[in-house]
Structure formats: C-alpha cells, structure tokens
Design a protein around this ligand. Sequence first.
Ligand code: GDP
Length: 594
Amino acid sequence: MEKDSEISNASEEQDSQIEGDILEIPSEITLSDLANLMDVNPVELIKEFMRNGFMLAINDVIEFDVASPVARTFGYILDLVDREPSKQAALDSSTQDTSEDLESRPPIVTILGHVDHGKTTLLDNIRNSNVVDGEAGSITQHIGAYQVDFNSNKITFLDTPGHQAFSSMRARGAYLTDIIIIVIAADDGIMPQTLEAIAHAKASKVPIIVAINKIDHPAADQEKVKRQLSENDLLIEEWGGDVICVGISALNGDGVDDLLENILVVAEVSDLKTKSSNDVKGIVLEARTDKRKGILATVIIQQGRLEIGDHLVLGSHKNKVRAMFNDLGNPVTEALPSSPVEILGLSILPNAGDSISATSDERMMSQIIKDNEKDIDDSYQLSEIHSGIESSNIRSVNLVIKTDVQGTLEPVRTSLESLNSEDSRITIIHAASGGVSESDVLLAAASDAMIIGFNSPLEPGALTLATQSNVKLRSYNIIYHLLDDVTKVLKGLEDPVYEDVIEGQATIRATFDIGKGVSVAGFYVNDGKITKDSVVHIYRDQKKLFEGDINTLKHLKDDVRDVKTGFEGGLTVDGFNDYLEGDIIEAHKTVVVE
Ligand code: GDP
C-alpha cells in the first residue's frame, strides 16, 4: 500500500491538537490486529477505511500512516514503535497466504424476507443499476443468479429469493450463500415469513444484513422495525449489536448503494477465498431443457476456472462443456469463482444442488468420478465420528417448534429450555405458531433438527417431505409427553416411549346427514393416509376442535382399512358431527417404542 504523504502531514498536525489514548503499533499491522488493539469491531474499522478511500480485508496489512487518521476517529493516537518481530510476523503471514494458493472471490448473496416486502424489486433494482461495464443494454436473462459490478468489485446475487429455495439447497449440502439480506418492509414490519427467514438465516450461520425497505412509503416506520428486530434477537449496530441494518427504497433506489457497500464490507470481513486450482468445482442452481439447444444448467463456480471444452463430471456421468452463457445471455469462454454461468453440453438433466467437477484433461475424468465416490464415503464416516464425539460429550438436539396458538408457544419453549443441563443442550432453531409447513421441514432438514408440533396441524406436503428427507416429526397435545420424549432423546435413547406419528392429512369437502344426528364427512387425502384405527384431530382455521376415534371409514360404498393420498373417502367420528367444508382432518397413531 502506498504511503500518502498528505494524510501523514494532516495527521501530524492533528495529533498535536487532539487528545486520545495512545496506542503503540509497528510500522505495519493487520487490520484485525488493529481492531483488536483498539477493541472495535473489525466491520466498523473496515467501513472507516472505506470512508477514507481504502478497500481493505480483515487480514490486509496496513501501514502506520494509513492507520493513524482512521484510529483517531475511534479516539486513539497511534505511536510508531518499530518492532521487527511483528513486522516479520506480518510478512510471514502474508507469505503464508500465498503459499496456501488461495485467491479472493466475490460474495454470493441471497435475499430472504416476507412476501411483498420487495425482494424482487430490490434484485431488479440492483441488477438494472449495476450491469457489468460494457454490457448495459443487453437483454437480461433469468438463469437463477446474476453478477453486478459495484465500486470495481463483483457481487453475485441468487435471484430465486425466499428461504425455501435457500434451505432446500442447504439440505442437499449445497452451501452457496456467503451473505443473507433480510428484506423487511418499513410499512409492514416483521411478519411471520420474516421470522422464518431469520430462523433459516441464523441456522445457516451465514452473516445477515437487514435491509429495511420501502422507506419512501408514507407509512414507513423504521424505528418500529428496529425495535422488532431487537425483540427477535437481531440487535443492529445502531443499538449496540453487530447486525448491519440499512434503510432502502428498492423502488427509487435510495440507500441501495449503501447496502451494496455494506455487502462488500461483510465480504471483506469474511475474507472469502477459494483454492486457485485447475480442478473446477461448482453447484447446479437450476436446469432446463431448451427445445433447440438441449439441456442447459446454471452453475455457480466455487473453485477454479471453467472453460469451453472442459470435461465435466456430474455424478458418474461424463460430459463436455460445449458452450457457456452469462446472465445476460452472452456467450462466454470461461467462468471464474462465484460467477453464475449457463452451461450447454450436459447429457442428463441435473437437479438443483448437484455438484459438478471439471477438468481440461480428459484422462482425469475417471479419477474425478472415483474421488467423488470416495468423498461420499468419507463424509459418511465423518458423520459417524461426529456423532461418536457428541455422545461422549454434550448431547444436543436441535428443535423446530410449532404450536397451535401464540399463547402456548412461550410455555412450550420455556419448558423445553428448562431441560438444558451441563451435559445436554436444546437448541431451538425456530419456534412459531401455526401449522407445520414444508418450510419447517426444509429448515429442520438443513439444520439436522427434529420438529415438535404441539396441537399444531400439518400443512399439505409437510409429511411427505419429512418422510423423504428423514426428518423426525412428532406431534403432542400433552406437555408432559413432549418433555418426557425430548428428555429421552437428550439422554441418548434414540426412540421415545410415546411417539405420536402423524399418518396423514385430509380436507373435508362435503358433509352428509345420515339421520339420528350422525354426519358423514366426505374428505380428500392431501398427504399420507387415513387409517381406520387412527385417532383423528379435526382442525378449523388452524384451531383444534376435536380429537377422537374413527367409527366408520369408507371409500365409495366400501368399508376400507385406509384411504391414501389423492383419494376421496367418507368417515364418521365417535362424538363429533359438526363438520364444515374446509375442515382439516389429521390422522394420528400412537406408537409405543420399546
Ligand atoms: P417480493 O414478494 O418480496 O418479491 O416483493 P416485490 O418486489 O414483488 O414487491 C411487492 C410490492 O411492493 C410491489 O408492488 C412493489 O412495487 C412494491 N415495492 C417494492 N419495493 C418498494 C419500495 O421501496 N417502496 C414502495 N413504496 N414500494 C415498493
């Protein structure tokens, strides 16, 4: 870094006037060491350097004269002490970096938030205002991601906003996102899906930036949103926390540059690096079949440089990159780390989240396929070892909790947290009222959590997804049973004594009066199956009305043992006749586990 004599002179002048704590530093120091010495958040320090015209990463080495004016804004006067060993250490660390053969890569950003809070508008605004130089005016293509140039730095945005897509990728082991933007409309505040998005983001441990959107709206109330954030354990910098929060209008662009600047700051702090190697690795974002071109897959490159003609491995399939297109639909000859690119030349349609590897050397392909298979074996062994370690130390269980009404949420949460002890820990990934949804299952799958429903109905699709993704889903209506089971799980008894399994869910479509005050409910099974010996829970507007045994279960005119997904049936329930069209029936079975 060049010495700036003007800054140096100015600092000398001011040193004589300004009071502050004196800090002795060597002629060169890393940004993180300086932040440590001054006891300030490195993010704050990086921002201050940006204001002074220096884009620095956390491990960058700063010269004394550059550091001085910035330190002064934090109330410190720097004093030069030439400690050779430190200088040597700094040098050592910089040579170490190069020997690791790592190169910086742009951040990959995902936008989450409640519906209608402006995620798409923000993505469009950023894209339209920051198209890569020389490509303005091109017709944009939606290939699942795009890259912009901001202040000479690239940023990649995944343009399928929403936590479901995010967690389903994570559940498949595809960790693509470096920074999450949670968009909250200033006129609406934190809504249920915002809370879900926060839970998904926190579970992923990816740094979060909050964008309070629609600040142009007459009903905008940014302070309210900030208060709500603090109530949900997201303390923003302004309030003494470490979450960056930026007010924006995605509609007219106000504050969006500030948001992009902060993305770069967080990226610097995260020190995003990738191996600069010839082995290319990437993750499939989405894929489609084009009538003329064939299979096209959008891939985000994680490592290496993908080039036309490279041999590409997808699972155990060998392919060749025939052509590549960027997010503007323009043909490109290479793709660098963090960049999205649409690839032509795959022989099979991949799934979102699939990994690809590539090499220019055809002879390496078989080796890559073998390595891929070995990686799968290794990761299996690793998880075995991991669970072994866990059982010998602290046993922990991650939970996603859903309750029927808000009023039961806190008592359930508090009772569960009371089970925490020195050698066992409950981590509540997400707790909310409402039905158990597919989003909850994805969150649980991505966070290795089990779902606890307390009088909470299942939403369509949740059961199937839970079965497919091996997520344990348990439902209770007695708190004692719930605590008993979770205690057993914590103690390492994998299977609890009482297990209430939800077997299926149906919607009532018609009701028939068959005399003597008895009603038949005509239903359609949305998910799973309704079995003759199941206990049915009947819900209306998410509230449980009744729980009881089935008297008769029919399909058409026949008595049947069960009715499965996609079929209609009729049932009568012991002690209940007041069905309404639209009521939800859940079939439960209590399994006693030895
Ligand atoms: P999404 O569902 O989160 O993707 O939300 P959209 O981007 O589709 O936006 C929902 C609505 O909010 C649209 O009518 C947008 O025009 C509007 N909107 C988005 N951003 C702003 C903003 O900054 N200010 C105002 N006033 N309206 C906005």
